[in-house]
Structures are given as structure tokens and as C-alpha cells.
Design a binder for this molecule. Sequence first.
Ligand code: TRP
Length: 357
Amino acid sequence: MSDNASNNTADSQPKRILTGITTTGIPHLGNYVGAIRPAIQSIKNSEDEAFFFLADYHGIIKCFDPKQIHESTKAIAATWLACGLDPERVTFYRQSDVPEIPELAWILNCSCAKGLMNRAHAYKAAVDANMSKTDVDPDQGITMGLFGYPVLMAADILMFNATHVPVGRDQIQHIEMARDIAGTFNHKYKDLFTLPSAMVDDDMPLLTGLDGRKMSKSYGNTIPLFGDLNPQVDAEKQLHKAVMRIVTNSQLPEEPKNPDDSTIFEIYKAFASVDEIAELRTRYESGIGWGEAKQVLFDKINSEIAPFRERYNHLMDNPKELEEILKMGADKARRHSRKQLDKTRRAIGIKPLAKLK
Ligand code: TRP
């Protein structure tokens, strides 16, 4: 892990870790290996305070399908809990259950420079895509939600004075913007907000998908963690089917194969022990067939995931339980957010005119 922490960050204070998960997809193996498993592990092995939340107000920026937002929220909550997130230990909530967050976002909007947002990668990429076409307005299809996305994200983080924010590399700029936004507010009004640092895991390889490109929902090449949402099809069978679809080259069984050029081997490395990896490497060199290699990979993934499946299915079938857990998380979160919003409002001059009995 590397922190790109600098001067003003509260490194000597106890860590307060916070991260959000956008509710637009169904968790896949890449999410599990890259975010879910390491986050749950690191919390188990530390005393750090942790806030994990479902970023549904971020979800609606890029997804306009209400059903998808709703199903994704449910599946992501069930996945994290099934994979071992302890909601007593971690404050686990849904962003939209904490109305202080969008209120803070508005306040921050009012001191955040528009020019800062102009520089956001996601916005710039959308403008560039428009500019490459003829006769298209540079801002076509770009909503205020997309433009102001980093301000809402800053509100998520600054609301809880998070010190460390585990994110993927693509999100580093947003954390830097949150620092910038915090610094501006602190300078203009009052020193209320901790400057957060991004935590990026340098060793975590991005998983390759079924077709050989990076595993991503947008390429449709993912291996779902607990199967899709169709309960008719057994999740273990779905996993097996997906693994069998991984693209390989046309080398015949018996031919020696290069493990370092193989998606199967790469995914295996994310699940197996050092000894197991070395053993599979030897089998590649002595010509394991692709079908057999896929079976070895399936067995390995399945041995790790299978124990979580029952809890996942239980939660998916009992959404009331999920709702209760999320409500408990929101209660915990709001104990912080109410105070922080109150302080912020007072700092900008929005407060009662007199005390009423
Ligand atoms: N934008 C993040 C992503 O797409 C999700 C997110 C929303 C987030 N709010 C956050 C991450 C606050 C960390 C902190 O991955």
C-alpha cells in the first residue's frame, strides 16, 4: 500500500478509513479480488475505524435504470456482508440514508472553484469525445451530476473526516480534489475538515476478463462472483460455465504453455498459495491441457467462494435483514454527520436566530 499523504494529513492520528461503492453493477471476480477481499481483510487485521458505504447517489450519475440501481444496491450489500464484512465493526450504510451528505455537497459546491471541476478526468474525457465529432456541442449529454461528481465524493469523505481512502488508481484525482476542496473551505471559513489521502494498492493486479481485456462490466467480460440475479440457475454452475469460457490460445494438450501469458494462470495467482502457484507453473511447462487448467482454476475459486454463497442467498431472499443492517449503519453514520453538518452550517453563517424553548 502506498499513501500519497503529505503535510497536512493527520498521519499521527488513528486512521479513519472510508470508501464508497457505486451501485451500478453486480459484483464480479475483479471487484472481489481488487476491492472487497482486501478491504475486509485489512479491517480484520487492524484497529482502524472504518466507514464503507453504497454510493447510490453516485450510481444515478451514470445509470438511468431505476431497477438496475435498486438491484445493484441489494446485491452489493449482500455481497460485502456475505464475504465477511462485520456491520458491528464497520459503519456500513447507504449514502442516500444520510441526507447530511448531499447538504454538505451543496455547501462545498459554493466554495469549490468551477475551474477545478473542469480539470476532472471523467468530465474532460466526455468533452473530448464530443469534440472529436463534428457539429456536436462539447457539453452534449454531460449532466451537472457528472460535472459535480467530485464534489459529492468530497462530501462523502469530508463529512466523516476520513484520513485514508482506499480507491482504484482511476480515483486518485478525486481524492486530490477532495483535499483541495477541504483546504479551500478550511481557509475561507474554519478549520473543520481533515485532508484525506488516497490509499492505492500497488501490488494488486487488475484481473483480465474472459476475452483477454481488463475485467470490466463495461466490456461484458466478467466472471460474476455469485452468479447473475437469476436464482433459477445454480451459482456454482454459472461460475463453472464462465471459467470454461475464458479465451485461450489454440495450443494443444501436451504442448508446453507459457503461464505468464495466460488469463487462467493470472486469475489463479489471485487465489492460490505460493506453493500452489509454483505447482501449476510446472504443470504449464509440462503441457497441461486448457480444459484441465480451467478445472483447476474453477476448483480453486470455488473453494474460496462457496462458503459465502449460503449467506449471500439468504440475504438476497431476506431483504428485510439487509434493510435493517443498512438502517443501523445509517444511524451510526448520522451520529457523526449531524454534528459535522451543524458545525459546517454554523461556520458559513447558517444557524438559528435565537434559541427557542
Ligand atoms: N467514485 C468512486 C468509484 O467510482 C466511488 C465513491 C463514491 C467513493 N464516493 C466515494 C470512493 C468516497 C471513495 C470515497 O469507485
